[in-house]
Design a protein around this ligand. Structure first.
Ligand code: GDP
Length: 333
């Protein structure tokens, strides 16, 4: 097998090679996919590992400001930082919540940082694969920390958590004592909650919000992958660069503990298995819908179901049987 010309410069840390490799994994062209898969496989053998941090928050909470300040702090400490964005909104609107404005000006000029805006994609499965492969490329390029940013909508958080070692939720100070409608599921995957804008007039509200969330986190079942005191809520000010060093210390403490306790490895292993199953599912669907006859039958049956002529379950069953997929229940009886 020929050595991909992007491999050596990418491993040497060349940002242009990394950017081109990411463009390659984002492509859906069959020859690009094949090349990307071979390249990723070769890079895996480098065995490089970064700390992958997922970061989520609603628009306006201060993600760009935080990532810029946090990223600058890390680069000033000699770490190489990559920032990737996962923007599920681009799948629907073609536009993007995350990528449009000029963001992270200072960080993007740092030689130790690499920032990649979100690709526009057609479906969430595509976004997941591209992001995951983007993370793997940054890791192979020798970045110490890979930040994966996403907006707090839909399923993107769960998806990002599945490709990261730590998951951080960024919140704004709440007005009242309500928990900002943060869904329980998100609380359960968060390793840290950072309440941003803990400065000026907002400081008292931020302090209260931290206390509320600290209380809510204590009520959640303790997870085996957490040492004492985690998941944790902290106040930060991305604008004033307050609390960022503490947040980083805590992230490292958590990551170190998990490495020593074996959770880190176990987590990565179960993530890999998860993505394998997801790839098989996606691949199966893609292959089926690539077949014209099958596609037509799908459309016909969907129309029948929509018109009320068939029940969804019966139509699905007929579809699966026409594909030769045997129902394990009826096959066994
Ligand atoms: P994003 O949409 O989550 O990326 O949020 P931005 O980083 O663009 O920030 C949204 C707004 O909140 C901007 O006007 C920021 O200046 C402001 N902001 C961000 N971080 C802080 C902070 O720590 N304190 C205060 N007071 N404002 C902040």
């Amino acid at each position: 097998m020929t050595d991909d010309p992007l491999r050596a410069p990418l491993v040497a840390g060349d940002r242009r090679a990394l950017a081109r490799a990411i463009t390659l994994v984002e492509s859906t062209r069959a020859d690009h996919r094949a090349r990307a898969t071979t390249l990723l496989d070769a890079l895996r053998r480098e065995g490089r590992e970064a700390l992958r941090i997922g970061l989520s928050g609603t628009p306006g909470v201060g993600k760009s400001t935080f990532i810029e300040a946090f990223g600058m702090m890390l680069t000033e400490r000699g770490l190489r930082v990559a920032v990737l964005a996962v923007d599920p909104s681009s799948t629907r609107t073609g536009g993007s919540i995350l990528g449009d404005k000029t963001r992270m000006d200072r960080l993007s000029r740092s030689p130790n940082a690499f920032i990649r805006p979100s690709p526009s994609a057609t479906h969430l499965g595509g976004v997941a694969r591209r992001s995951r492969e983007g993370v793997a490329l940054c890791e192979a390029a020798g970045y110490d920390v890979v930040l994966v940013e996403t907006v707090g909508v839909g399923q993107s958080e769960t998806m990002v958590a599945q490709m990261c070692d730590l998951f951080v939720l960024l919140l704004a100070p709440a007005g009242g004592d309500e928990l900002q409608g943060v869904k329980r599921g998100i609380m359960e995957i968060a390793d840290m909650i950072l309440v941003n804008k803990a400065d000026g007039d907002l400081k008292p509200a931020a302090t209260r919000t931290v206390a509320d969330y600290a209380g809510a986190l204590r009520l959640l079942r303790k997870r085996p992958q957490d040492p004492e005191g985690f998941p944790r809520a902290l106040p930060v000010s991305a604008l004033r660069e307050d609390g960022l060093a503490q947040a980083w210390d805590d992230m490292q403490a958590l990551a170190d503990w998990r490495r020593e306790a074996g959770h880190w490895k176990a987590n990565r292993a179960s993530q890999a298995a998860h993505w394998f199953r997801s790839e098989v599912r996606e691949g199966l669907l893609a292959r089926l819908t690539a077949d014209g006859v099958i596609r037509t039958r799908m459309v016909e049956l969907a129309e029948d179901v929509a018109a009320g002529a068939r029940a969804p379950e019966a139509a699905a069953r007929e579809m699966l049987e026409s594909l030769g997929v045997v129902d394990p229940v009826s096959a066994g009886s």
